[in-house]
Ligand binder design. Structure first.
Ligand code: G6D
Length: 331
């Protein structure tokens, strides 16, 4: 197990690298980002399974939240309104992903740690610039075991506020994104997805997806699903309790990622339609190169109280956790 820190990797960026057994993960203090994640394929070849900016300056200019811990609230809030609070309208008439000064764009303090069998990094932020009531102090722990990455987060606020963050990593299990995600298979333990309007705002209803292109209760190739969803998936799935709630596989490498979480939903976001000049893993960012699997409470829940609450008072004690477990399948 090793921990290395490259301070001022670029400008104010610090790069933290953790290794444990066959896994290696790198993190950035900017946005408490999971930057790279190296796992072995079935032949033991270790490769990066995330989309990671090649150019350090592109990390600072990123507007697609690569690997970021997005908050205080991930997803959209209609009109950015909540009680007497008006949040920034940074997504047309609405608010998204904590705003332009959200957690993804702030520098987090951090310290590394190790236990008998794990290594980790603990990021801490006292947020006084996102515009949310607070200030909110957030602590995000990323811990690497020999076969999994455990993400846990807790919070403290001085005033009643909203907290519903997520990690916004884009996965591609082929390794160094040598191919796109079309041959990946996805399984999601969800019988319903949230209905959204043309601005991608939940309208307050859920729909049964059994037998539809969105039905991933049985393992299904992403390419097959996208034949019926040509504009790509960008939808909240309501998770059932059975773990793992999400399984992503890639057949050539044999890589398997199982996601287990205490969160209510997962936003599945394929990078369908991306066509950018910035480089990730040595190539221009392109359509269907990655898939984000963002565990969180249902977006716009502040306007849909029937689905629960993301309000945090100074007395609220709640821990969010998501575990990404890695293995390989023999041919
Ligand atoms: C788009 O609607 C999508 C979001 O889900 C995603 O997080 C963002 O791009 C990066 O706004």
């Amino acid at each position: 197990m090793t921990i290395t820190i490259h301070k001022r990797y670029h400008d104010k960026l610090d790069l933290i690298t953790l290794t444990n057994g066959s896994l290696t993960a790198t993190f950035l203090n900017f946005g408490a980002r999971l930057y790279q994640l190296y796992t072995p394929d079935r032949n033991g070849r270790t490769e990066n399974i995330l989309l990671s900016h090649d150019n350090k300056q592109d990390i600072l200019k990123d507007q697609a939240y690569f690997g970021a811990f997005v908050g205080p609230v991930a997803g959209r809030i209609k009109y950015g309104s909540w009680k007497n609070t008006q949040l920034e309208k940074n997504n047309d008439a609405h608010h998204i992903h904590g705003g332009s000064n959200g957690w993804a764009f702030q520098y987090w303090a951090y310290e590394t740690f190790r236990t008998a069998h794990t290594v980790g990094v603990s990021f801490t932020l006292t947020d006084t610039c996102s515009g949310y009531p607070g200030p909110i102090t957030a602590i995000v722990n990323y811990e690497l075991t020999e076969s999994s990455l455990i993400m846990k987060s807790i919070y403290q606020t001085k005033e009643l506020t909203l907290i519903n963050p997520t990690n916004h990593s884009y996965f591609n299990l082929s390794g160094n994104s040598k191919s796109d995600i079309m041959n990946h298979s996805l399984t999601i333990n969800a019988a319903e997805k949230i209905v959204t309007d043309k601005e991608n705002i939940p309208i307050g209803t859920r729909e049964n997806i059994t037998g539809t292109a969105y039905d991933f209760t049985q393992e299904k190739a992403i390419g097959a699903a996208l034949e019926d969803i040509p504009n790509g998936i960008d939808d909240p799935f309501v998770l059932n309790a059975g773990a793992p709630q999400v399984v992503l596989k890639e057949p050539v490498s044999g890589r398997v990622m199982e996601i287990t979480t205490n969160r209510q939903s997962v936003i599945v976001f394929t990078t369908t339609g991306f066509n950018d000049s910035f480089l990730v893993n040595g190539q221009a960012m392109r359509s269907n190169l990655g898939i984000a699997l963002e565990t969180q409470e249902i977006p716009n829940i502040v306007h849909q109280p029937q689905w629960g609450s993301i309000e945090f008072s100074p007395e609220t004690r709640k821990e969010h956790w998501t575990i990404f477990n890695f293995s390989t399948e023999i041919e």
